[in-house]
Design a protein. Structure first.
Lengths: 441, 259
């Protein structure tokens, strides 16, 4: 019997297509064959748009950020449009929405999902103290909190909010995360399920009619048309068909039958039921549609009002200390995007800050040259353990892995499988990107 | 001894910038204009830090130092990316009175001896970015609180003091840009550890904050954000300190020559 998950260290790996002079090297994931960089920010055209994660499988094709005829990306166009928007009018729209839903009987009137990061402070404070709403906040726990992330989460709650924290079963989350890495090289995926679907489910449970997320994903490059609406498409967090749900690229049925996961342990990963949400009239809005969003300003706001602390060092792979700092697995997440798309954390951070006018493009390029793609050593041992499925803890699932224990050599060998030949060369024992924003070759 | 009031200017290429906890830099204006303003308002010294020197692997402040040195006649300290005698000389030659060193010295401490032996201790400032540890104590960092050096702040200043450092600039990363006063435990620990003048930086935004730091033994304070945002003026600060019994250099606006 062949093992379902073979040991990548034993792959008979074909390096031929990674030769520096390979002709027409293949592009994985449906990525554009020619790598181009936005002429305004520093993002490349390889950046995938948000996907409906519960449909994400190993053979899924990506749609990617659009660069227009002037070489400008959709996220930069969105930033440009933000300058044209009548924000006073948008604020009045928000006022009207709040007036319609504001509770007068002591019940919660809106639900604010957040991690305790800088944006959570801004969202919940604005709604509660500027718009007089009565929010309940909710948090889907990170894989593994950083110390500062946990402190910031507590500061957020204790700055004046009720909160439901859902911490999913650690073993099941580890299994799904391992599968997400093994099948999709996407360790962050299990977090996204809860990030998108927990709030709608809780809102249904508590009859809270309104959910406010923060920014619209279009700020980072999803199709601009997405940005024209204040509401998030139900497709991101609902489905009524069980056979459509894949977690870590693995069907619900297989998780139950092959990997030994109990039905009840999968409940938190299931999308919400669209019929129930429609019946209850629950709306999911982006606060970023109504209020001009500036990540750096949200950071300042969180420090000023809630004593938010930046991380005590830059996050590996980037220069930044204020952005997405509460989950240890984030370090690995952006490393995997570097492997799959050639886009590391410094590229994401610098692109956002160039668009926001906080840094210059030249500086962004220098930061990418210095930091992008750095392997995240600081939590590596802990994360490899997190991704391991020893038999004692995973008696059924571990049998499907030739090597249930993940270590650095395994991880690096697995990474090879996900390196698209059109992005990477292999020579003299080392991997290099064919094109970078700093070399402009 | 009068406490020296130092205007600190963190500079990124052509912009004066300022962050919070050394993060999230905002553009705050033209650095030369602000430097002249602080000089005219009686700054005892000016301190320039090139915050992208290590990113671009060069100090980019030669032009601005030369420019401001022609009409601001107070001591100027310049830091950022100084990794050799030559780099120090380039800045001293255009009018800097002292250079502030951080990253290169943490990697190669003998650089401190080289600079002090060549230009004298009075020309050498060790800049320390101090991050408080949850377990107590402080760790020394570089690149505006981004990278670790693995050095304990107190052990580092003690070592550096033996290598001819004339002055320590101690910036609390946690307090930087927050405006709620200096990390007084840090200030005390450093002034207790070394017998060399100490400049307190990070979080000072009022006369009260300066008094607290002086009580812990500092010789000088470096103020940035409160000045850049005009929340505090050096004239008012000096008057308030004098009025409440903290010794400061007497100054009247017309005393700043060349303005």
């Amino acid at each position: 019997m062949t093992m379902r998950h073979t040991d990548p260290r034993k792959d008979d790996f074909d390096y031929g297509s990674y030769a520096p002079d390979a002709t027409n090297p293949k592009a994985f994931y449906g990525l554009p064959e020619e790598v181009r960089f936005c002429s305004r920010c520093v993002i490349s055209n390889q950046r995938p748009n948000s996907t409906v994660e519960h449909k994400h499988k190993a053979d899924s094709k990506k749609t990617t950020i659009r660069l227009d005829e002037d070489g400008v990306c959709d996220a930069c166009r969105t930033a440009e449009q933000k300058q044209e928007i009548d924000w006073d009018e948008r604020r009045r729209e928000l006022q009207a929405l709040c007036d319609k839903y504001r509770s007068r009987n002591g019940s919660y009137d809106c639900l604010v999902p957040g991690s305790g990061g800088k944006d959570s402070f801004y969202q919940s404070w604005m709604l509660k103290y500027e718009f007089g709403m009565n929010p309940l906040t909710t948090t889907w726990a990170p894989h593994v909190y950083t110390d500062w992330g946990w402190r910031n989460f507590n500061r957020w709650i204790h700055s004046g909010f009720d909160n439901y924290l859902l911490t999913p079963n650690g073993r099941v989350k580890r299994l799904i995360t391992r599968l997400a890495v093994e099948n999709l090289f996407h360790p962050f995926q299990p977090f996204i399920f809860g990030q998108k679907s927990l709030a709608p489910k809780l809102a249904a449970r508590f009859d809270i009619p309104l959910i406010f997320y923060g920014e619209n994903e279009a700020e980072y490059g999803n199709p601009i048309a997405d940005n024209a609406s204040a509401q998030r498409d139900y497709a991101y967090f609902t489905t009524s068909d069980d056979s459509e749900i894949f977690l870590g690229g693995t069907s619900i049925q297989s998780l139950r039958e092959d990997y030994g996961v109990r039905e009840a342990d999968l409940e938190v990963y299931r999308p919400s039921n669209p019929e129930e949400l429609r019946a209850k009239g629950i709306e999911v809005h982006y606060l970023g549609y109504y209020l001009k969003w500036h990540p750096q300003a949200a950071y300042y706001f969180a420090v000023e009002n809630g004593g938010f602390e930046a991380s005590p060092e830059r996050t590996p792979g980037t220069y930044s200390k204020y952005n997405s700092i509460d989950d240890r697995i984030d370090d690995l997440h952006y490393y995997t995007t570097y492997i799959k798309f050639g886009i590391g954390r410094a590229t994401y951070d610098a692109s956002q800050e160039v668009r926001s006018g906080d840094i210059e493009r030249e500086e962004g390029v220098a930061l990418i040259r210095r930091y992008d793609g750095e392997f995240p050593e600081r939590f590596a041992d802990e994360l490899m353990q997190y991704l391991s499925l020893p038999e004692a803890e995973f008696p059924e699932a571990s049998r499907l892995f030739e090597a249930p224990v993940m270590d650095r050599a395994y991880f690096d060998a697995l990474a090879r499988r996900f390196r698209s030949p059109h992005l990477w060369t292999y020579s003299d024992g080392g991997w290099k990107l064919r094109r970078t924003v700093f070399a402009r070759n | 001894m009068s406490v020296r009031l130092i205007a600190r200017l963190d500079i990124k290429m052509s912009n004066l910038i300022k962050g919070v906890q050394m993060e999230g830099w905002r553009k705050m204006g033209d650095p030369a204009d602000r430097a002249r303003k602080y000089y005219a308002e009686g700054a005892d010294e000016l301190l320039y830090m090139d915050v992208v020197a290590s990113l671009y692997e060069r100090n980019n402040l030669v032009d601005i130092v030369r420019d401001v040195a022609t009409d601001a006649f107070v001591p100027m300290t310049v830091g950022g990316g100084i990794d050799s005698l030559e780099a120090a000389k380039a800045l001293l030659d255009v009018g800097a009175d002292k250079v502030a060193v951080n990253t290169a010295a943490t990697k190669r401490p003998s650089l401190l001896n080289e600079i002090s032996d060549t230009y004298g201790s009075q020309a050498l400032v060790l800049s320390v970015e101090a991050k408080a540890l949850p377990s107590g104590g402080w760790t020394a960092m570089t690149d505006n609180g981004r990278n670790h050096t693995g050095r304990d702040v107190l052990a580092w200043v003690e070592e550096a003091a033996t290598r001819g450092v004339g002055e320590f600039l101690i910036t609390s990363i946690d307090r930087d840009g927050v405006g709620r006063g200096a990390d007084l435990d840090l200030v005390s620990a450093v002034t207790d550890a070394v017998d060399v003048p100490v400049i307190a930086a990070g979080g000072l935004a009022s006369a009260e904050h300066v008094r607290e730091a002086v009580a812990r033994g500092v010789s000088a304070v470096a103020i940035a954000k409160a000045l850049h945002t005009d929340a505090l003026s050096l004239i008012d600060l000096r008057q308030e300190l004098a009025r409440t019994g903290t010794s400061v250099r007497p100054f009247a606006m017309e005393e700043a020559p060349g303005v």
